[in-house]
Design a binder for this molecule. Structure first.
Ligand SMILES: *[C@@H]1O[C@H](CO)[C@@H](O)[C@H](O)[C@H]1NC(C)=O
Ligand SMILES: *[C@@H]1O[C@H](CO)[C@@H](O)[C@H](O)[C@H]1NC(C)=O
Ligand SMILES: *[C@@H]1O[C@H](CO)[C@@H](O)[C@H](O)[C@H]1NC(C)=O
Ligand SMILES: *[C@@H]1O[C@H](CO)[C@@H](O)[C@H](O)[C@H]1NC(C)=O
Ligand SMILES: CC(=O)N[C@H]1CO[C@H](CO)[C@@H](O)[C@@H]1O
Length: 404
């Protein structure tokens, strides 16, 4: 391979609180969620309702304006430029940082990851697998699954995983395909996406109700939004789990969003010890699955529905330093490569939301996750963070729909 991303993944990965490892750990995170999002929710809702009324009265159905007027966005300058810049123009702004990643780089990368043999990972430390970050993490600790091999989640980790996936297929069926209507866009992902449904490991609970509310208002026409977004996520999912879901019910032939596919996946692979390369290749593998689906449908329009790769959200030790072996370094490298991949691939776009979730501190040179955008685990977006992300996606999808 031409370029190895970073040298290795620090031990820090392994001593950090393991949040998405088991469902128990994740439920713990949900407790934290309630503690942190409950407090100011009422006052935010009041502000939001007033804003919605104002926007409706003034006849300015523009989410960007709403986002600008929101209390959090006020001290969050990067969001303005984020929303202003349409993904459609992103290829033009691409520059020399992508010279290291021409098309041939991605071809080699895919070939190398595709043929990586999982069964040799723990047994033969002399032939390190490109799946894992082998120079720091011992091979027998790597739990990275080959993102090319569709794999159902381990039932000892998430007992109800197949039921949750069935809930997602029912959502598609009951709300869309059986009624012969299509969503405007579909989002595939992990717990970050599942939360948008007000659901966590398949549980709709009081802790999640604010998320459900917010998504109803911001991403469904019934709730007053301009378009219907359909989030399909399962907490704890790695890329190979998502691939399995796509091949087993969550990407039925008759699902074809009007305007875009959107994917956000890979942060749980990072936690499993996966390399930058395997996560980049895995995202591309998911893109290919969506492309194949479109090709099966034959019509020209279907083939050209854009696919948006969302940047992996920040997580890990604070501040977010780009030092060797840090998780943020890996996330940064993954995002850089995905952006370059999108820039050379027709109809594929990269949505860089880093500016929404990262805030500079200590005189402007210490990036930290934005405290209001996440719950206490610094991994899952808060209701406010999810709202910003949804508004951003809606604005982008509307702009893509407009220019097709
Ligand atoms: C090119 O990339 C560098 C760093 O990656 C950035 O600072 C610069 O603003 C970019 N230039 C353009 C024209 O996008
Ligand atoms: C992968 O592992 C299996 C089982 O250990 C072995 O039979 C096979 O030859 C390996 N393949 C490669 C390409 O290394
Ligand atoms: C994304 O945006 C952030 C800041 O908003 C910037 O630092 C980064 O270089 C951008 N590109 C990628 C690929 O992360
Ligand atoms: C993006 O820009 C590159 C280099 O300028 C060009 O070769 C490529 O065809 C463009 N891709 C798309 C999808 O327009
Ligand atoms: C808006 C709407 O029709 N929502 C339905 C989507 O599907 C689920 C079942 O899978 C229903 O519970 C929702 O009411």
């Amino acid at each position: 391979m031409r370029k190895r991303g970073i040298g290795g993944l620090g031990n820090q990965l392994w001593d950090e609180q393991t949040i998405e490892d088991t469902s128990r750990g994740l439920e713990g995170a949900a407790e934290v969620s309630r503690a942190t999002t409950g407090i100011s929710m009422k006052s935010r809702l009041v502000v939001l309702v007033v804003l919605v009324v104002l926007v409706v009265l003034l006849g300015l159905p523009n989410f960007v304006i709403m986002a600008r007027a929101s209390p959090t966005a006020a001290n969050h300058s990067s969001f303005d430029s984020l929303s202003a810049e349409s993904l459609m123009g992103s290829n033009q702004s691409m520059n020399s940082s992508c010279q290291d990643y021409p098309a041939a780089y991605f071809e080699e990368l895919l070939a190398s990851i595709r043929s990586a043999n999982e069964s040799t990972i723990s047994s033969d430390s002399r032939s390190p697998s490109p799946l894992c970050v082998t120079d720091v993490v011992p091979l027998d600790k790597c739990r990275c699954l080959n993102p090319f091999i569709p794999t159902p989640q381990d039932p000892s980790k998430v007992r109800t995983w197949r039921d949750i996936s069935k809930m997602n297929s029912n959502l598609i069926q009951n709300n869309y395909t059986s009624r012969h209507i299509q969503p405007d866009f579909v989002i595939y992902g992990d717990s970050i996406t599942e939360r948008l449904l007000g659901r966590f490991f398949g549980n709709y609970g009081p802790k999640m109700i604010d998320y459900a509310h917010m998504t109803f208002q911001h991403m469904t026409k019934d709730g007053g939004a301009h378009i219907n977004g359909l989030p399909l996520g399962i907490s704890s999912d790695e890329i190979s789990h998502l691939l399995y879901r796509l091949q087993n019910g969550e990407l039925p032939f008759d699902l074809q969003p009007h305007s875009a596919w959107w994917i956000l996946v890979g942060t749980n692979d990072l936690k499993a010890g996966c390399s930058v390369e395997s996560i980049v290749a895995g995202n591309i593998r998911i893109v290919q699955e969506l492309q194949r689906h479109a090709e099966k449908r034959v019509t020209k329009a279907a083939v050209h529905v854009p696919i948006v790769i969302n940047s992996i959200l920040p997580r890990g030790r604070q501040p977010l330093l780009l030092s060797r072996n840090s998780m943020w370094r890996m996330i940064h490298d993954i995002n850089q490569q995905l952006e370059c991949y999108a820039s050379i691939t027709p109809h594929i776009f990269f949505a860089n939301v880093t500016g929404m979730f990262v805030q500079m501190q200590s005189g402007g040179n210490q990036p930290m996750v934005h405290p209001e955008m996440f719950i206490k685990d610094n991994l899952h977006p808060s209701v406010e963070g999810s709202r910003m992300w949804e508004d951003y996606m809606v604005a982008q999808v509307l702009s893509m729909a407009g220019s097709r």
